[in-house]
Design a protein around this ligand. Structure first.
Ligand SMILES: [Zn+2]
Length: 339
């Protein structure tokens, strides 16, 4: 008797719970979305908040250039209502993955509307309003172009890796980040108009933070003297940062961490470091930095620290969000270069 009453009570309690749950949690299921890499995933989460469930394909400290989609990735893409991508040929593996997963959701290209930096025939990054063009031309190479063309040929061999002529790393400009956020917001609002007001409210908060950080980073970078403004990193990921804050970035590797390095380019870089008295080189969290360390060894340059180029750090690291990443990079550069 006793136990039966308890059983009845608990059953009815459960039934009551089951009845109340769907009505008290008013929200529908979070929308399944995919973001291709960690930086973009962080931005998407800031805008989508509780209304979405984000799967990030290329996680923190991982390299999107050489990413190999997993079966879990294909499943997430197959189930996603929206997929957020960088575009500008950053995700060379995307098309094949989307096809394999029969993705039929909406595709949001975060760089839509951004005037991308291109590579001219010397391999230099530039656009029409490049005030630093002259500096570039002064101490820039003649050989990068050959190298770049060689790689174009090689790309045919491994299908899906086509880096195109545009620099995809547009998130390295806080100004462009606002365009990323606008595209993300518009994509979410279109897919889920019911919650559009929330997305736009999140956008307003986030954009205010991005703009405030841009003021800080501009001030940090402006504090460095002109002759300290050449920065050596592993691959060419900081063109937009350079452009935004008046720096000159050089890298033994090209636009992708996949690019092979020519001995001539390395020799030239070493020559430049010696000639210009460049005091520090910077390793990248995602890249193979052996070559860079070798370059530092052969010159008087020290390793100035770690920059986050194409991916966030893990939660314990110094760059676990996009905003932390941009601040960390600016502070790391400033600290090392002002010595
Ligand atoms: Zn990259």
């Amino acid at each position: 008797m006793f136990s039966r009453r308890i059983l009845l009570t608990s059953v009815s309690a459960l039934a009551a719970l089951a009845l109340t749950l769907p009505t008290t949690t008013w929200a529908k299921e979070p929308i399944p979305v995919v973001a291709t890499f960690s930086i973009l995933g962080d931005m998407v989460e800031r805008i989508g908040g509780e209304h979405i469930a984000v799967t990030t394909l290329v996680g923190p400290d991982e390299d999107a250039h050489v990413y190999q989609p997993t079966p879990q990735a294909a499943r997430a893409v197959a189930e996603a209502d929206l997929m957020f991508v960088n575009g500008l040929d950053f995700e060379g593996w995307l098309e094949r993955l989307a096809q394999a997963a029969a993705f039929d959701g909406a595709l949001v290209v975060a760089t839509d509307g951004i005037e991308a930096l291109t590579f001219d025939e010397h391999g230099d990054e530039q656009d029409d309003h490049d005030e630093h063009k002259d500096d570039h031309d002064d101490h820039e190479d003649k050989d990068h172009k050959d190298d770049y063309d060689k790689h174009e040929g090689e790309h045919d061999d491994h299908a899906g890796h086509d880096h195109g002529a545009f620099d995809p790393h547009a998130w390295q400009s806080l100004t462009h980040a606002v365009t990323y956020v606008d595209n993300i917001t518009a994509g979410l609002a279109k897919a889920d108009p019911e919650n559009a007001a929330d997305y736009y409210a999140n956008r307003a908060t986030y954009v205010a933070e991005i703009e405030a950080l841009n003021v800080d980073v501009t001030a940090i970078m402006a504090g460095l003297p002109e002759e300290k403004r050449t920065v050596i990193t592993s691959h060419d990921a900081f063109g937009y940062f350079a452009h935004a804050y008046g720096f000159n970035f050089e890298a033994p590797q090209g636009l992708s961490t996949e690019s092979e390095v020519s001995a001539a380019d390395v020799a030239e870089l070493i020559e430049q470091i010696r000639k210009e008295g460049i005091s520090a080189v910077f390793i990248e969290a995602i890249a193979d930095n052996r070559l860079l360390k070798q370059i530092a060894n052969e010159t008087d340059a020290t390793i100035g620290g770690t920059l986050y180029s194409d991916g966030l750090s893990n939660a314990e690291g110094p760059a676990s969000t996009y905003l932390d990443m941009m601040r960390h990079n600016a502070e790391t550069l400033s600290k090392a270069l002002s010595n």
